[in-house]
Design a binder for this molecule. Structure first.
Ligand SMILES: NC(=O)Nc1ccc2c(c1)=C(Cc1cc(-c3cccc(C(=O)NCCN4CCCCC4)c3)c[nH]1)C(=O)N=2
Length: 289
């Protein structure tokens, strides 16, 4: 089929703006299908030395097909911009729902935590670490199901000579409140870093705020490496037990660490007792109250 281009789409409303990209709703003129098109300014990308991140996003998304991960359909470019044609998740960022509802009940938290974990398990099996999981990067589609986005700062674990994955990714630091202690101390993320972020997100869905939040990034980082956080009154015990097993300083001791066996241990935690994993993506999302 002919390569798609700007002329094939009718551009609509602005969906989001990042430091290096603008996301706009768009409709395919022929099929009438709706997409979200991420537009990157070439000059800006080059000037800010972000070309590497653009390629990482394209390469990671091209490796992945999962109901919980935003899909990349086409890429094309014109004189000034790069275009990524992605899934349109009509209900936007999970963050907006946390702000609107202030917190989720336990059943909704269990459902969304399970969908996020299902997407993490898949991306890790594809050798991808997200490294910046946070409620802004968790979108909700028209069925109110999770779609993980923004893989520009992800890490593709190389297969080294003996077929083992080199499990340490270097340098990039994510968003302060969700960054893992190993990323702050050794500048190296691993798959376990995504489980730390899951712990922060589960805490936030119930408490209405992230566990580590200081007046500035430096104080936030201090709280993280010092594991300085407390649970608010009424935080459900089963959720507290899960969060305490995810917010562990040593990544190798974090629930979920240790390959598929570790992930299975995490999925078998009593917090997920009511989750039916094999039909999770076919189930209707629980009503957010
Ligand atoms: N960095 C990235 O890769 N960013 C991306 C990538 C893909 C993508 C992406 C971002 C999307 C962003 C997005 C943003 C929105 C959106 C923006 C503004 C408002 C709304 C909105 O209000 N939707 C209706 C539901 N609201 C939600 C909040 C409470 C009131 C009701 C949605 C919908 N989808 C998207 O649909 N697809």
């Amino acid at each position: 089929a002919r390569k798609k281009g700007v002329k094939d789409f009718e551009f609509g409303r602005l969906l989001g703006e990042g430091s290096y990209s603008t996301v706009v709703a768009a409709r395919d003129r022929v099929t009438q299908r709706e997409y979200a098109i991420k537009i990157l300014d070439k000059k800006h990308i080059i000037k800010e030395k972000k070309v590497k991140y653009v390629n990482i996003e394209k390469n990671t998304l091209n490796k992945m097909t999962h109901p919980g991960i935003v899909r990349l359909y086409y890429t094309f470019q014109d004189k000034d911009s790069l275009y990524f044609v992605l899934d349109h998740a009509k209900n936007g960022e999970l963050l907006n729902f946390i702000k609107k509802l202030s917190s989720f009940d336990l059943r909704c938290t269990q459902f969304y935590a399970a969908q996020i974990l299902s997407a993490i398990e898949y991306m890790h099996n594809q050798g991808v670490i997200h490294r910046d999981l946070k409620p802004e990067n968790l979108l909700l589609d028209e069925k109110m199901h999770i779609k993980v986005t923004d893989f520009g700062t992800a890490k593709i674990l190389e297969q080294n000579s003996d077929g083992k994955e080199d499990d340490r990714a270097n340098s990039f630091v994510g968003t302060a409140e969700y960054v893992s202690p190993e990323l702050l101390k050794e500048k190296a993320a691993c798959k376990s870093s995504d489980f730390w972020a899951l712990g922060c997100i589960v805490y936030q869905l119930i408490a209405g705020r992230p566990p580590f939040k200081g007046p500035n990034e430096y104080i936030t980082f201090q709280k993280i490496v010092g594991l300085e956080y407390t649970f608010p009154e009424g935080f459900p015990a089963v959720a507290r037990d899960l969060v305490e097993k995810l917010l562990v300083i040593d990544p190798s001791k974090r629930l979920g660490a240790g390959g598929q066996a570790g992930v299975d241990r995490l999925k078998n935690h009593k917090f997920f007792d009511d989750i039916k994993w094999d039909t999770l993506w076919q189930q209707p999302a629980p009503k957010l109250l």
